[in-house]
Design a protein around this ligand. Sequence first.
Ligand code: PA5
Length: 477
Amino acid sequence: MKRYEDKAWKDSMRVRVDFNNMMSEFVGENGIKLEEIESMRSEISRAVKGMEQKRSNMRWRELPFNQTEIVTELKATAQHIRNNFEYFVVLGIGGSALGPIAVHQALTHARYNELPDEKRNGPKFYVEDNVDPEKISALFDVIDIKKTMFNIITKSGNTSETVSQMLFVFDILKKTVGDDWTKHVIATTDASKGSLRLIADKYSIKTFIVPDGVGGRFSELCPVGLLAASVCGIDIDELLAGAAYMDEICTETADIMQNPAYISAVLEVIAMRKGKNISVFMPYCDALKYMADWYAQLWAESLGKRYDNEGNEVFVGQTPVKALGVTDQHSQIQLYTEGPNDKVVTFLEVENYRKTVEIPSLEMFDELHDVNFLSGHTFNELIGHECFSTEYALVQSGRMSKNIVFNEVNAFTVGQFLCLLELQTAFAGELLNINAFDQPGVEEGKKATYALLERPGYDEKRKELEMMPKKKDCYIA
Ligand code: PA5
């Protein structure tokens, strides 16, 4: 029996949202009153109905339940890669990169790539999510291309950044391994559309599909994220089981206070309406550091919208800010406690770290009381107390925060967390009456890039860009 089949274990691993410090009872007049939640009753019911009606279009919600065959194939492919390659490189951007990065960081050794081969649970892992010429060329100083598998991930199959990386890699591969180049490539893309699909079909490249209805930022639990995770030794069955567990928890609609995703969305929306336009996401755990990047895209791209569903200009959204506890206590907390009261802080709190490390007592410092008070404690206590102290400092200054609490970081809790945040985002979209699943602002930038690079069909856009007023020297110092 897998541990996630044991109800007691599962319940002990439940990821919880502690929103005490969002409430006025704790943070005073700047907080949220129960009556304010109550007064949203009809908006909440409309949003609940919206989630139910749109469930069949939200195909990302089915991923924990409908991938049995795909998971078998992913695991077999992952095993082949582990047996035959020393490097695994993802080429992708946005939703095609941030999930794989975040889950890898959460669920593998904290210094994975630096481990000696015999201790690492898979090939070295790199995600190339930029087109900085220095960075992309540097990759080839640290990998041996003959021992590398590239996973090109692009749902549209046409994203300029990923396609450029692909051309660069194909060129080097062909020069190095000749006709075998296709054996070094796996494409993760749409089933029928886009240039990557055409290329993969033409050259019989192994592919995995990004299903319809699964947008980039909601795609971590499909092959976009699962292949990389499995290659690096992560238990993807447990990851999906965690997501399924949270999905089940979030079917609670009779008492919204017991639905962690929906109540979080309600509180964030109330906070936005109170002018809290910034959402600080602060994991107290290095393993969860890149979850803040993943969340930032999910929250920003989904909710940052000009128009509501009726076409009214609304300009909604909340700016996500990434922070890391305790590191950023020494750079940002001063602003959060005393600067403008325009933020909600979400802490990611871990109750049990996977290691316990004691702070030793050194006899030679017996007289140094400002040093030796730490001795005998653990780093675990230190980081836990610092998280609590930051929470306390925010409460004292009347600032709202909430905690997402992990018993420990494992595939089951990470799966829950991903599902929780995706549902929170979708529900917030319903409450705000916007489309949380498109990204017209991103598309606009993509079109401008195509025009500048003279892609056929973008002449009008190029003309538009040429009409932009020229920059003036007097404004350049
Ligand atoms: O969430 C999204 O849809 C975007 O961030 C995309 O993931 C990103 O633009 C990359 O697109 P694609 O996967 O089509 O290359």
